[in-house]
Ligand binder design. Sequence first.
Ligand code: GDP
Length: 321
Amino acid sequence: MPRLLAGDRRALARAITLVESGRADHRALALDLAEGVARAGRQALRIGLSGTPGVGKSSFIEAFGLHLTGQGLKVAVLAVDPSSARSGGSILGDKTRMERLSRAPLAFIRPSPSQSHLGGVARRTREAVALCEGAGFDVVIVETVGVGQSETLVAEMVDVFLLLLAPAGGDELQGVKRGIMEMADLILVNKADGDLLAAATRTRADYAGALRLLRKRPQDPEGFPRAMCVSAAEGRGLDQVWADVRVLNGWRQDQGLFAANRARQARHWFEEEVREGLLARLTADRTVRAELERLGQAVEAGLSPSAAAARMLHRLAGGQG
Ligand code: GDP
């Protein structure tokens, strides 16, 4: 613990391995660690970054991360990769990614663990974020592939959420779901360089227009959320991204919104974990599993799902029949 709090990266890596472990004795140690870092009371700026494979997430994080470490900031990068749950391998865990950043003395990069379900990934990532804060990192970037529910999870554990997009070909807008746009604080159109510059400029304008149509959020100062062009390859726009993140964060700090959001998130994760724990405990019980199976079959054979659920809940509450 003292070495972790002193910022020792090997101690941090070992601590994260503990929170990723499924073993009960590791779990107990991980909870001790979590309490220890919570007592230390350190806060990093947590930045979420989402984007579909190929938009340039790792290129952007490497360039942006080096931009920050160049200013003397300590930067940690964690990844949430739901695909690793399915395949057992991890796209985000590829060792060749972010090679230069991984060699920077002020940076720490942790690939995604392979986990069996997204909920588990969320908890472990959240705990890893807290460990990075305890180790004194200034900025923690949580990267996620823009598929499925992983953005929603990541948005619930960060202070600022960035959405990375590639230039769209022709007039076609990319299939970015409204819900994801609503989560974004900054939309970054990457690859604004060379032949793609014109398309990137058009795409940025399209998204700037789309953002204006969204409902005003209470957590935004004037001018946010906004869309801008960046080039990870040429390092273009990185200083602007950092300046905007700081403006946004500074405003939210001043308004008390930063603390309020962290408190809301903490509560959300507390409730989420209780829910998951209850479910896990219930389904570990053989008679409960048998009853779920029996009622499940009855539903398939025509019993109303609501009636079956009511019966199941009645049973769980200690009722008979
Ligand atoms: P990820 O899958 O989202 O992490 O994307 P990568 O960072 O691996 O990048 C995917 C591809 O896009 C690679 O071939 C990169 O070289 C390329 N790329 C990334 N950023 C830029 C950029 O700013 N400009 C250009 N032209 N290509 C880029």
